[in-house]
Design a binder for this molecule. Sequence first.
Ligand code: SF4
Ligand code: SF4
Length: 364
Amino acid sequence: MREKLKGKEYEAKQFLRKFPKEKTVVSFSGGKDSLVALHLAQRVGIKKAVFSDTTIESQDTIDYIKEVSITLGVKIDIAKPKKSFWELLPIFGPPSINHRWCCPTIKYPQLNEYAKKQGVLYYITGLRRNESIIRMNYTKVSKNPMMPHVIQINPIIDWTSEEVWEYIKKHELPIPPSYKKGLSRNGCVVCPYKSPKELNMLKKIEPEIWSKFEEFLIMYANMLGIHNKKEFLEGGWRSWRPPTKRKVVENIEVTENYRIMFNNGFSEKNFNLLGILKTGNQLPFHDFQKKVKILIEKELNCVGCGACLSLCPNDALYLDNDKINVDLSKCAHCYECLNTSKLRGACIGRTYSLETSIINIDKK
Ligand code: SF4
Ligand code: SF4
């Protein structure tokens, strides 16, 4: 094992040397895999990392980040989301496998924003293929659609879990607190992807976070009049799909010559984001129509989560009293902020908030 590991270490370091140090940062999660990636990076002279704070981190994790920073001599910045998990929870409900608003709002946007501000082009990760079936097809260099401004480089993509632990032992690296407490992996304290067994362990390990979350679940179940409350509270929330209340704004039409007709008391002046479509008449009609719908719905449903701001390469989007707005002098009409593959529905509020709006747009 030691000889094989030596070969893999050498290969990983050679791979990392291909990337410019000044534009490469480690995306450190506080888990064992990204610890190894961080140490390998430090050994080739990349001494900067960023930790994405989910705002439900345990004190142990925060202390551990500091410990790693000192032990490895690496600067670890902490990136924070625009709104905390606890602020977004009442807006979206509990994050679940079928209602996954958490990563797009409180994990990736701040990493994207950090990369833009710091001029980072490459994030080193501790991704490994054999971590899960979904990751089987991951490659050494990859893109995360929710972080369009960076390329992910994954030096230990083909390492096994045993090799990771062997590396940690060999280099006497500080063991992440979650593993010391008996968990098999790192990650969010209330992650719906964790098994019921792991979540039960976490309830004991992080009683404060969990009692706050359970208090919310009870309040939420009462508020929505959830039929099988017991089942919901005991784990049903993990696959919960909330009911959608739809407000319908009718009588908006797009004419063949690309004019938007409002027959409902609204006008184009009510929707600042429509300015993004300045070059609209160069778009195919159906594309234009689709974008009108997205823009109006974004503006109507904005809950100020901040997720779409980081998608704009020109920093043209901003929040004005928690509502999305655009500085048209900066907008290059690239339509990145309307890309539904980068952000589901191109807007978290439009996709996940409990109150969404629908506009009927018909060709005239
Ligand atoms: S427009 Fe949507 S994605 Fe953007 S900040 Fe508002 S709610 Fe979030
Ligand atoms: S169209 Fe492009 S430049 Fe304009 S706000 Fe959207 S992402 Fe930014």
